[in-house]
Design a binder for this molecule. Structure first.
Ligand SMILES: [Zn+2]
Length: 69
């Protein structure tokens, strides 16, 4: 039950496979794409930060800004 994690994720700079979770944010894509979730990671080897973008899960897509949450 960890749809945001992929076991083969590696640092895009040095390809080290150890990394730390740094941040997560939801962004709006194109109208036909819906929302995306971007997750920020930091490589434990070279300290490079990077964002990964994946489609938001369905329960987040239907949560529109139709008032106070
Ligand atoms: Zn690295």
């Amino acid at each position: 039950m960890t749809p945001f994690e992929r076991p083969d994720r590696r640092c895009p700079k040095c390809e080290h496979n150890r990394y730390m979770f740094r941040a997560r944010r939801t962004i709006d894509g194109k109208p036909d794409e819906g929302k995306f979730v971007e997750t920020k990671y930091r490589c434990q080897s070279c300290s490079h930060d990077w964002w990964e973008r994946i489609p938001a899960p369905p329960e987040m897509r239907k949560t529109d800004t139709s008032g106070a949450a």
